[in-house]
Design a protein around this ligand. Structure first.
Ligand code: S3P
Length: 189
């Protein structure tokens, strides 16, 4: 069955929609649904970093360390944002970088997927390959990352609470917010 493509609101023309949030928030899954609904390409920054490095993120951390990864992450995201607009899922640490935040603001809008600790713990327990979580107790690490990162994520253009509801429903809520943003812009003219 062909999927119905939803028209992009005017304000989104030529812009990236960039999903930010902690590991397990659902950036990749929701990004895919939103991209296909709007008829936009979907790009996963972590996959692009792995392609550029020729190895997994875990291997980059193991062999070269986090600083090296962050540097590659910044370069890959800058390259992506300089090309054709898409829905972009970033790795959880990307939005903490001031240069990346600025690039995102220049090329699109950031959507923070805000999730509570329990949800993130449950979801991240299901998947390995996240180097930051391999270093100790996952719940304690995620709790610390919430304290450090949520004040920064809060500067995103849109904040969406995520829960256990099915991903298509959450994606619909996000798209509704993006579309309603157009209406707000028009009524405030
Ligand atoms: C990281 C999140 C990961 C990945 C890397 C570091 C972070 O991406 O970029 O392991 O600093 O939060 P996801 O958020 O997609 O798991």
């Amino acid at each position: 069955m062909n999927q119905e493509i939803i028209d992009l609101p005017d304000w989104m023309q030529g812009k990236f929609i960039v999903l930010v949030g902690l590991m397990g928030a659902g950036k990749t899954k929701l990004g895919r649904i939103i991209a296909s609904s709007f008829g936009l390409p979907f790009i996963d920054a972590d996959s692009e970093i792995e392609k550029a490095a020729g190895c997994s993120i875990q291997e980059i951390f193991d062999r070269f360390g986090e600083d090296y990864f962050r540097d590659g992450e910044r370069r890959v995201i800058q390259r992506i944002l300089g090309a054709k607009p898409a829905v972009l899922a970033t790795g959880g640490g990307a939005y903490m970088n001031e240069d990346i935040r600025k690039e995102i603001a220049d090329h699109g809008a950031a959507v923070w997927l805000r999730a509570d600790l329990d949800l993130l713990v449950r979801r991240t327990e299901r998947r390995s390959g996240r180097p930051l979580l391999n270093k100790g107790n996952g719940r304690a690490i995620l709790s610390k990352l919430i304290d450090e990162r949520y004040p920064v994520y809060a500067s995103a253009d849109f904040v969406i609470d995520v829960s256990d509801e099915p991903a298509p429903e959450t994606a619909k809520r996000i798209m509704t917010e993006l579309i309603e943003h157009q209406m707000e812009a028009e009524t405030s003219k």
